[in-house]
Design a protein around this ligand. Structure first.
Ligand code: PLP
Length: 370
């Protein structure tokens, strides 16, 4: 038996038919840019996330760049970035012309280390900071991080590409953020049929600015109030996401059930990172930290021998990337991002994994205990 690390092609009965019919209808009407599918998706995102404004865009990286530009972040500005994240977070800072400074993370939840963040704010006086909600929840210090940034006048952008559908104290994680973003890359919890992303905020002026920047800075069809770029969300992607939204609860339930089985059934030597108090995870991925390098190598070999895929999210810190060298101004805090990248292993976790697959993973991991 083989278990893939991820399989996103397990469509619900009826899903593909709805999508095919939709593509036919939209092609017939040549409805490709803007229109009712984009508007419906944005309304549904606002409702689901408890935010005032949702602006669809081309992908999750553009969403961060649009958010930073809307916050007036540009040349000469320092932006704090967690040292453990997907490279897009770092890239976005450089692409808007700002200067990245990395901040260490916490091994308890993968989020920003609060004391390193405090130190970086005090010393660097950054214009903005990015918090990245990795793995399917956010930092146990999320509220403290928001308060600290608000008090110090640091604009906080929250990269929510991995926390869609997760909640804190019964509320969507991104609710209450100054500005936040997500990605609808196909492998995310809510995935498109290609690239797509969105920006969220409660601030009408920020929302206007994001929408304008993502549509060539347009103030009229041929009038330009800013230099932006084209980051419009395709209507076909919006339509695919609208259909997917109808199945989101079922997909989340399936992911959470797998995550829960891992939490209960895996041996303590390979136990998943605990979900911080107050959060309900979305089941985006499994995260285990294994301190002993030899034990981790043994686990990886055993998984390979048994046809089980696994991940390493992420295998290197931002500061350690060759591409970071010309831009990185400073780093604050310790080297826990490096520790994380050495210790992390992700077992298969995706919607509609079968119980045979989950059992095979659990049984295989357990053989290491004998
Ligand atoms: C996926 C992801 C992104 C980038 O999204 P794209 O849509 O691929 O551009 C950014 N940040 C994080 C944390 C992600 O997981």
């Amino acid at each position: 038996m083989k278990v893939p690390f991820i399989d996103i092609s397990r469509w619900e009965p009826g899903f593909q038919q709805r999508w095919t019919e939709k593509v036919g209808a939209m092609s017939g009407a040549a409805q490709f840019i803007g229109g009712p599918e984009v508007a419906a998706l944005e309304a549904r995102l606002c409702e689901t996330l408890g935010v005032g404004y949702a602006i669809g865009c081309a992908n999750g990286t553009d969403a961060i760049q649009l958010g930073l530009r809307a916050l007036d972040v540009g040349a000469g500005d320092v932006v704090l970035v967690p040292n453990a994240t997907f490279w897009a977070t770092f890239e976005a800072v450089v692409n808007v012309g700002a200067t990245p400074v990395t901040v260490d993370i916490s091994l308890a939840d993968g989020g920003l280390d609060l004391s390193a963040l405090e130190q970086a704010i005090a010393r660097e006086r950054p214009k903005a900071a990015i918090a990245v909600h990795l793995y399917g929840w956010a930092s146990r210090d999320l509220k403290a991080i928001r308060q600290l940034c608000a008090r110090e006048g640091v604009a906080l952008l929250e990269d929510g590409a991995q926390c869609f559908g997760a909640s804190l104290d019964g509320e969507p994680v991104l609710k209450g953020a100054l500005i936040s973003t997500t990605s609808f890359y196909p492998a995310k919890v809510l995935g498109a049929a290609g690239d797509a992303g969105a920006v969220f905020t409660d601030d009408a002026a920020l929302a206007d600015k994001v929408r304008r920047l993502g549509n060539h800075g347009r103030t009229a069809h041929y009038g330009y109030g800013d230099v932006g770029w084209n980051s419009r969300l395709d209507a076909l992607q919006a339509a695919f996401l609208n259909i997917s939204f109808d199945f989101l609860d079922a997909r989340l339930a399936s992911r959470r059930a797998v995550a829960e089985t891992y939490r209960c059934a895996l041996p303590t030597s390979v136990s998943p990172m605990p979900v911080p108090a107050g959060y309900v995870e979305n089941g985006y991925c499994n995260v285990c930290l294994i301190e002993d390098a030899a034990q981790k190598a043994r686990l990886e070999a055993t998984l390979r021998e048994n046809g089980i895929g696994f991940g390493n999210i992420y295998p290197g810190s931002m500061a350690s990337q060759p591409g970071a060298k010309p831009y990185l101004k400073a780093h604050y805090g310790g080297d826990r991002a490096e520790l994380l990248s050495r210790q992390v292993i992700n077992l298969p976790l995706f919607a509609y994994m079968t119980s045979f697959e989950v059992d095979h993973v659990v049984a295989t991991v357990r053989t290491l205990e004998d």
